[in-house]
Design a protein. Structure first.
Length: 118
């Protein structure tokens, strides 16, 4: 978990190009760069799905969908959500869009820089 940021900082390149730039001649370290990219994509699929579930639960809680749920029937809320791929897809898409909007805005550092310009 700490090697990839170190390679990125040392090479000032992406994971794949960073390993290519820093590897000794004839070695296969650039393959690890591809493994990092694939690992990040797999993690992104997992975290966006779970974040979508959390967002769906938040909206269900705010809308009052849990007022009639008892301990015995609480598992049905999750099972119903899993049985509705459109609902899961919508909330996952909202999560991805929120992440893209946040990232495109530059986060807190970008907001600070924009506020200093005006």
């Amino acid at each position: 978990m700490t090697m990839e940021p170190a390679v990125g900082r040392a090479s000032r390149k992406s994971a794949v190009l960073g390993y290519k730039a820093l590897e000794p001649a004839g070695s296969k370290w650039h393959w690890h760069g591809w493994a990092c990219v694939i690992g990040c994509l797999l993690l992104m699929m997992y975290y966006t799905t779970v974040s979508g579930w959390m967002l769906a639960y938040f909206f269900k809680f705010v809308s009052g969908a849990f007022t009639t749920v008892t301990v015995e029937t609480s598992d049905s809320v999750f099972a119903n959500m899993l049985g509705n791929p459109v609902e899961m897809g919508i909330f996952m898409a909202i999560t991805v869009a929120g992440g893209l909007l946040r990232r495109s805005g530059g986060g807190a550092e970008g907001a600070r820089k924009r506020s200093q310009r005006s």
